[in-house]
Design a protein around this ligand. Structure first.
Ligand code: PGA
Length: 256
């Protein structure tokens, strides 16, 4: 199965509109009028989406993602942003289930599932994040945790919904820590997640779904990780804050 890799820059709470413009100025010469063997996605904070849409809106190689959306349509939800609002900024993807949302903001599997369904209702493509903590891994709970997150997060998803979804496997202990999962650990987890998809959605869907790796991906480890058969790109935090390093990861990660 030939899956197109997808590399997404998750800026987290970094870069307002003016820094977004700086990043775009550095990236644009390398992505305008270019074709890539992979999809490129940039996920700025909400307040920078308008600027990103203005600068990348007509660049076919780059798609925009939001880092979150509400599970509700509209109304009295102070501080929230609906999936529908995102559509006005040429946003095609939305990161959901990130471990920082789970751990810091208490998002449960049920809340994440509600957001996933809401995103699909208006045709946004979820980048659905899953991953275990170090304690869970060391306690032998890796498979149990991944099974729960995948099953609950994708509850109510149709085959079509799944086909528009990207999964990001991000071991929590590797996020922002500089510690990366070894290629072997990552491959093993990815193969397991793929098998979980197969159990619910069938072998074809499992073979088709793209599963990104995330957690301290850098130019220096991208090639080894991306060479694993079940790893289809990366969700990158820190190392995607500089255009040059984001590009280097893509280059190293897509070499034959
Ligand atoms: P990191 O973040 O690359 O800084 O580890 C990845 C992520 O949280 O998506």
């Amino acid at each position: 199965m030939n899956r197109k890799p997808i590399f997404a820059a998750n800026w987290k709470m970094n870069k307002g509109p003016s820094e977004t413009e700086d990043f775009a100025r550095a990236l644009l010469p390398h992505v305008q009028h270019q074709t890539f063997p992979c999809d490129l996605v940039i996920a700025p904070p909400f307040v920078s989406l308008a600027k990103a849409a203005e600068l990348f809106g007509n660049v076919t190689a780059v798609a925009l993602a939001a880092q979150n959306c509400s599970e509700y349509d509209a109304g009295a939800y102070t501080g929230e942003v609906s999936a529908m609002m995102l559509k006005e900024f040429y946003v095609h993807y939305v990161i959901l289930g990130h471990s920082e949302r789970r751990a810091i903001y208490g998002e449960t599997d049920a809340v994440i599932n509600a957001k996933m369904l809401k995103a699909r209702e208006i045709n946004l493509k979820p980048i659905f994040c899953i991953g275990e903590t170090l304690e869970e891994r060391e306690g032998g709970k890796l498979e149990e945790v991944l099974r729960r997150q995948v099953t609950k997060g994708l509850e109510g998803f149709s085959d079509k919904d799944l086909s528009e979804t990207v999964i990001a496997y991000e071991p929590v202990w590797a996020i922002g820590t500089g510690v990366t999962a070894t290629a072997e650990q990552a491959q093993e987890a990815h193969a397991f997640v793929r098998s979980l998809i197969g159990e619910t959605f069938g072998a074809d869907a499992a073979a088709r779904i793209r599963i990104q790796y995330g957690g301290s991906v850098k130019p220096g480890n991208a090639a080894e990780l991306m060479a694993c058969p079940d790893i289809d790109g990366a969700l990158i935090g820190g190392a995607a804050l500089e255009a040059s390093s984001f590009l280097q990861i893509i280059e190293n990660g897509t070499k034959d």
